[in-house]
Design a protein around this ligand. Structure first.
Ligand SMILES: Nc1ncnc2c1ncn2[C@@H]1O[C@H](COP(=O)(O)OP(=O)(O)OP(=O)(O)O)[C@@H](O)[C@H]1O
Length: 603
């Protein structure tokens, strides 16, 4: 049997993270960066110009001060001042374009990653959606992909490349101006690097914990808001508040530690190194100045270079934390992208010729390791209505889902017009099977758009109205202020259960499928509406193959055959009348439901 792949949760994934974050980032990011190579080069060349302006500035100050203090050459002073003013203006313009180019690359990569991940996720097999929280998938696509492109690439990675070049150039300038003072000022760097390494190492665990916490917080909120009726109904607002308070406490603890460490590296530590560096320059430089081995201009230029150097270095060092974060985000995205898709376009691209003859041949299926369907065999022909009844949890819905290839069968075959459905491409198969499931999902849009959702061909509006009249949709829609343009709310919250069922039924019929699968599709309807809809289903008798799961035996009274399932096995099968006469499970269910107070169904 094909096993259903497991997708590990956030915590599990974080714990097994090893190796250098930089290696992970580069391995996963290089292929994403390739299409933007020209934009990146453009951005880097502008950054190069900005850095050149920054490097030129202390030299101009040196020139200015030396001209003023040594030779009293005021025209040179004025020239230097004007040049400095021009340089600041040019640098500002360049800086705008630098940020623009970087943001463009970052945003484009975020969009590309989001598209790729969404495209992959939407094709993942259903079991993955059962195992993974929706909020985790949303977090991957919205937060992680954004973090990688918008935050990391545009604000960290591209500047980091430039910063490395800038550091090398600054060291060169310092040594060129005065190699002894220059080298001495660099001695502070290893100290800063060691401290930052220690802090970063400790921060790693915090960063991982923070990510997991944020994801859990999103999941909790999503769950509470989507179950708000249940929360209200049992009056558990205070309980949810306590849950949320606990989360806030945990989050507060971790975020304050992470932020402190982050600011410690960025602020305190960098300022400390900065100060020590300046002390070295001014101490030794001042000494040299007194001995006339250095000019005031050189001392000022060196102090400005040292400041630039340590600001750049601290930015580089703090980038390590973001690199850890983004490595985690990239691993999480890869974890999804590596999952195999749902039988990618495998199988025949056309249905076999036929009217929709369905045959279950010795089907068995398990969710994980729990056998759910056990050697089920039956067939249903076009024009037939097959009722499927049985105790709750016996596997009725699962049978419907197997028809749609939501899961692969473990043993046996389901044949559609003689062709094993495992050989038909899922999207082709599903175009010809209409499903109305127990758990009806409507989109937060108009009734009209919900009715037309997913239709591959244009359907005339008259046909839509005709179907809506038959399925009793039109009757209630006409009473709504905006009729078919009424927005139904999130998951159809503004409609009653029965109204949602009618819309779902109309939507399935509009697809004009060969096979119609109705899983408790009329359970929320009143007896009169249910009868009206059952009549419609009966009228479709000449063409369609209809499978009807129902708890109310009245729903399957007119079925051509009824399959009774218990514990994943067929225990009885036949037409309703003969089943009743067998005095087995069907008859027991029948009596329990007191259908007609013991009057047998029509023969
Ligand atoms: N995604 C899933 N993962 C694991 N087990 C599942 C999953 N879906 C259903 N099951 C289990 O499989 C069994 C059959 O479920 P199924 O929904 O097919 O029953 P059913 O007969 O349609 O029930 P009901 O009449 O209550 O709708 C149940 O025991 C259920 O708990």
């Amino acid at each position: 049997m094909r096993s259903i792949p497991r997708l590990s949760g956030g915590e599990e994934r974080m714990d097994r993270k090893t190796g250098s974050s930089f290696r992970i980032v580069f391995r996963h990011l290089l292929p994403e960066l390739r299409p933007y190579i020209w934009a990146i080069l453009f951005s880097l060349s502008i950054t190069g110009l900005v850095i050149s302006a920054d490097l030129l500035q202390p030299l101009l100050f040196k020139q200015l001060l030396d001209a003023a203090t040594l030779s009293m050459n005021y025209p040179v002073v004025i020239q230097c001042l004007l040049f400095l003013l021009g340089l600041v203006c040019v640098r500002s313009v360049l800086s705008y374009w630098e940020i623009f180019a970087r943001s463009k690359v970052g945003e484009s990569i975020s969009a590309q990653l989001r598209r790729k991940t969404f495209e992959h996720v939407i094709h993942l097999p259903l079991p993955i959606f059962h195992e993974m929280e929706d909020s985790a998938l949303v977090h991957r696509i919205m937060h992680d992909c954004g973090e990688v492109g918008r935050v990391y690439i545009s604000s960290k990675l591209l500047p980091m490349i430039a910063q490395v070049i800038q550091v090398l150039a600054l060291i060169g300038f310092l040594i060129a101006l005065n190699w002894q003072v220059g080298l001495a000022s660099l001695l502070v760097f290893p100290l800063g690097w060691l401290i930052s390494r220690g802090v970063t190492h400790r921060s790693h665990a915090q960063v991982i914990r923070l990510r997991t916490l944020v994801e859990r917080g999103h999941g909790m909120l999503q769950e509470i808001f989507s179950c708000i009726r249940e929360v209200r109904a049992v009056g558990n607002e205070a309980g949810e508040m306590r849950r949320w308070d606990n989360w806030l406490q945990d989050y507060g603890r971790v975020i304050s530690r992470t932020t402190t460490q982050h600011h410690f590296i960025r602020g305190t530590l960098s300022r400390l190194i900065d100060w020590i560096g300046l002390c070295v320059v001014f101490g030794w430089g001042g000494w040299q100045l007194l001995g006339h081995h250095m000019t005031v201009g050189t001392l000022l230029a060196m102090s400005l270079y040292v400041q630039q150097l340590y600001t750049t270095l601290s930015a580089l060092l703090s980038g390590r934390l973001e690199t850890i974060e983004v490595a985690n985000a990239l691993e999480a995205i890869q974890n999804i992208l590596q999952r195999p898709r749902e039988w990618p376009d495998q199988g025949q691209q056309a249905l076999p010729a036929g009217d929709g003859h369905l045959e279950f041949e010795d089907i068995s299926f398990s969710y994980q390791d729990t056998p759910t369907i056990k050697q089920v065999s039956f067939h249903s022909a076009p024009g037939q209505m097959t009722g499927i009844v049985g105790p709750t949890g016996s596997g009725k819905s699962t049978l419907m889902h197997l028809c749609l290839r939501f899961y692969p069968v473990a043993a046996g075959k389901i044949l559609l017009d003689g062709q094993d459905i495992a050989e038909i491409a899922p999207h082709v198969l599903r175009q010809h099977i209409g499903l109305v499931s127990q758990d009806i999902q409507l989109w937060n849009t108009t009734i009209r758009e919900n009715l037309l959702y997913g239709l591959q061909t244009e359907v005339p509006w008259e046909r839509v109205i005709e179907v809506c009249q038959k399925t009793c949709v039109d009757a209630f829609v006409r009473h709504l202020p905006q009729e078919y343009e009424t927005v139904v709310g999130s998951r159809g919250v503004k409609l009653s259960g029965g109204e949602k069922q009618r819309i779902a039924l109309a939507r399935a019929l509009l697809r004009d499928p060969k096979i119609l699968l109705l899983d408790e599709a009329t359970s929320a309807l009143d007896a009169l509406t249910e009868r009206a809809i059952t009549n419609v289903l009966l009228q479709m008798g000449e063409k369609k193959n209809r499978l009807l799961v129902a708890h109310r035996l009245a729903t399957v009274q007119s079925a051509d055959q009824v399959i009774v399932i218990a514990n994943g096995k067929i225990v009885e099968a036949g037409d309703p009348h003969s089943l009743y006469k067998q005095n087995g499970m069907y008859a027991t269910l029948y009596h329990i439901q007191k259908l007609g107070e013991g009057v047998p169904p029509r023969s």
